[in-house]
Design a protein around this ligand. Structure first.
Ligand code: PMV
Length: 327
């Protein structure tokens, strides 16, 4: 049996614009998905997702039989797509095309909420499954293989940001195929979660249409790129006030592109009024999470009392990427 975990992430800056080749800076957070893998000789795959902050389910499939489940198919498809992809990547990397697995997933990262839960499951899954087969992959290769999984499941609408960040940990910079780690100070992230999720594919398609129809939208995407470059300097200089100001502006630009939501705006304003250095939505938008910078408890408390905010929590920058758990 092998067990690995990988972190979720927030976007400090640059989501959506990264799809058009602008740079983005995602940061790993101390909320992890843990995947336990054991081989089985009958070629079948059993996935037990007991704690995905959704109703748990167990599904057994592979070999001849159809999946044997009792939960909605869309949920099973979404979750099993990433696990299937991770298993496929591990079989290929270890040259063991016929091997079966028992997979158990536990995750403290809300699903589909802009915190990179699927990337964390894919990265940790490939790492645990390959180690179980006696193969040790470097984090860069895990990131690349997990990216292929996301790319496949999301019909080609994925950037390398989530998977690279989850594999490497810390703050990273992603611009097209150029992915690297950044030196970053410890960042006091506070996250507000509205309990919902956005449809990443539909939101990305919406921005694409807007960008084709209106010059202002294309200009907004490049303005986000400029803002990210300024943000990198602020990160380098450890200037939290400037980082906060730029996060506020990034949220405004994302709103102009139509990807915010009433619940996200309400949480962003609650964070600002509580004295956070800045706040923005994180990830695809439409619902899910906002991220604020505040080293005090004020923002978390304010979010806690904000209508529409289901959960507010602190999540420091996690400098660890994928790692082996247990013995
Ligand atoms: O909501 P998430 O964590 O899937 O982030 C999506 C980020 C986008 O930039 C909108 C798309 C992408 O793959 O980069």
């Amino acid at each position: 049996m092998a067990v690995s975990s990988a972190p979720g992430k927030v976007y400090l800056f640059g989501e959506h614009a990264v799809v058009y080749g602008e740079p983005a800076v995602p940061c790993a957070i101390e909320r992890r998905a843990t995947v336990e893998v054991a081989t089985r000789s009958d070629g079948r795959l059993r996935v037990d997702a007991g704690d995905l902050t959704l109703d748990g389910f167990t599904v057994e499939y592979g070999g001849d039989g159809a999946p044997d489940v009792d939960v909605p198919e869309s949920l099973v498809e979404a979750a099993t797509g990433y696990v299937d992809g991770a298993v496929e990547q591990a079989r290929e990397a270890a040259d063991a095309p016929e091997i079966g697995f028992d997979v158990a997933i536990e995750s403290a990262i809300p699903l589909g909420a802009g915190l990179g839960s699927s990337a964390a499951v894919a990265v940790a899954g490939i790492d645990a499954a390959t180690r179980e087969l006696g193969v040790e992959l470097p984090p860069e290769e895990l990131a690349e293989r997990a990216y292929r999984v996301e790319h496949g499941v999301q019909d080609g609408e994925a950037s390398r940001a989530d998977t690279f960040c989850s594999a490497m940990g810390g703050a990273v910079r992603v611009e097209g195929e150029d992915c690297r780690r950044l030196d970053a100070p410890s960042l006091p992230f506070v996250i507000g979660y509205d309990g919902g999720a956005g449809d990443t594919g539909a939101l990305v398609a919406g921005v694409r249409e807007l960008r084709e129809e209106y010059d202002f939208a294309a200009d907004t995407v490049s303005a986000i790129g400029d803002l990210v470059r300024q943000g990198e300097r602020a990160l380098d200089e450890n200037d939290l006030d400037e980082l906060g100001r730029l996060m506020d502006m990034n949220h405004g630009l994302l709103s102009a592109l139509g990807v915010s939501a009433r619940s996200l705006d309400a949480m962003v304003w609650a964070a600002r009024e509580a004295g956070s250095r800045g706040a923005k939505l994180t990830g695809a938008g439409g619902g899910g999470c906002v991220v604020a910078l505040d080293e005090t408890e004020a923002t978390r408390t304010a979010l806690h009392y904000t209508p529409g905010c289901e959960e507010a929590f602190r999540a420091e920058l996690d400098t660890d990427g994928v790692r082996q758990e247990g013995g």
